[in-house]
Design a protein around this ligand. Sequence first.
Ligand SMILES: Nc1ncnc2c1ncn2[C@@H]1O[C@H](COP(=O)(O)OP(=O)(O)O)[C@@H](O)[C@H]1O
Ligand SMILES: [Mg+2]
Length: 607
Amino acid sequence: MKLGPPTKYAGLMPYARRQLAGLTAILALSLMVAAAGGLQPWPLKVLVDYGVERQPVPPWLQAAFEALLLPRSPRAIVLVAAVGSICVFAVTNALQAALDWRWTVVGRRMMNDLAADLFHHYQRQSLLRHRQTSVGDALSRIGTDSWSIQQFTSALMIGPIRNALTLAVLGVAGWQLSPSMTRLSLALAPLLGFSSWFFGRKLKAQARRMRETQSRLTSFVQQTLTAIPVVQAFSREDFNRRRFEVLAGEATEQSQQRAVVDSAYGMATGIIVTAGMAIVLFAGGRQVLSGALSVGGLLVFISYIRSLQGAAEGLLSTYGALKPVEASLERVLEVLDGRDRLPERPDAVPLPPIPPAGGRRLSFEHVTFGYDPDRPVLTDINLEVLPGQSVALVGETGAGKSTLISLIPRFFDPVRGRVAIDGVDLGDVRLASAREQVALVLQEPFILPIPIAENIAYGRPDATRHEIEEAARAACAHDFILRLPCGYDTVVGERGTTLSGGEKQRLAIARAFLKNVPILILDEPSSALDIETERQLLEALRRLMVGRTTLIIGHRLSTVCGADEIVVLHQGTIVERGTHERLLERRGMYYAFYAVQAAAGSPEFVA
Ligand SMILES: Nc1ncnc2c1ncn2[C@@H]1O[C@H](COP(=O)(O)OP(=O)(O)O)[C@@H](O)[C@H]1O
Ligand SMILES: [Mg+2]
């Protein structure tokens, strides 16, 4: 909190800089608004001093009369004052409207820029970090907190300049009317500054709590609606409703507290302003009585004092004006800081081209990894997959199989040891260049809300429709895709189109087929399929695996028994390895798995 705002919020400056032209226009317009505001009491002064008090008319007013071809009668003065006040009002409002409009456009642009960057940061954020944050929280940072950039620019860049200039203009004008009263009113400024500093601290703390509560509420709604089948199956609707009410109640309570602080702030400021005005009225009134100031002059002055005080307060509370949005700004900066990304070394190079002999070699060397570094999920893994070979991973659920393969696209970095492609540590190559080489079929296939064809071509957007269909055929997906309402153009999730687990799995496999890269990773690719579809698919997969370096995780032994090497993982360590036949002979863990499936009548035991 000791850092001044300029250093602390330096990361937000580029968003303002990109809108420099718009912000300059805003600054010019707000100066004009301030100047027009300064003109507002003048018609009244004209009326009182020259119309009522019959003081000699100054040259500029005479010029106005001549230009308008008016006689110099008191009635004409009244008319000029009335028309003048309408003109001043119209000009002030037109300028204000232009200012508001510019702010809307510029503010929206800055916000869009910032939101786009936040979104992109989230996209690249490491999966380890994603585990710790909810989607609801991300939504509220991208959608709501990004608005703070507008207040930020207004409070920190436009505000101070405008206030300083307003203060200068009005101060000079006030000084000409009465130096002593200008001094008097300026003396009140520090008091106003104090009240906004004092309440600003409270407002900030409140704002942060409010944002957090709101984001808890959003996350709760999002998570509940995502898990709706579970909610309904377990009849948790009423429980969730109560939970919603509790969370919403907290939000209401905090809004109330904020309203209290807000009105206390308004009241304190009001009291100080009123006291200041009373002092000014008293001193000014005496000057009018003694003839040192005209009545009109006092009216102009009183109206200036308000603006003067407003600008002085604005200037003193430049930092305070940021208080209510500081919480949002910090939440935005947290994401922009980007420390949550997997580090890419500045000297990272693209993965070297495939050696002439063909294929990529994958190796794990003494790899230890845990989602929480103190609780390893994998311990001292040594594994090598030679170019064009296939290694199958087996083991009970939770053994760490999916975790092991997630190190290859570098979703996570090992805590100790290294993962390498062709002997090059993944940490030394450009992330994108390594990921380009890997086709991944995850245990939970993700299908995006875009047409099926684009889903299949996700890793190769330039693929032709023919290639997409070929890949779908190979993945045994073509037939079911044709049965969808719009075939390959069906958007999953739209108009009630849903896919079964097995269908999603086949789309994910088609995606891998189409990507056509040297490293293939399959996490239980056929677990959700019936025996017949699985048999067809395995055939296709075997064709796909030819010439590629493959890691395949399988529960069903039919998936794994053809692999060049089978590795049995148990509680994060490799306990057995060898070919299907060798492992059967050993009568160890693999044999035990196998025996269970054989007892269940799995066809491959007979085969
Ligand atoms: N994203 C994650 N965050 C924290 N723990 C995880 C995560 N994914 C898996 N785990 C834990 O790591 C262990 C290994 O899981 P996993 O690799 O999915 O096993 P498998 O694929 O062999 O069933 C389990 O104890 C699991 O709870
Ligand atoms: Mg798994």
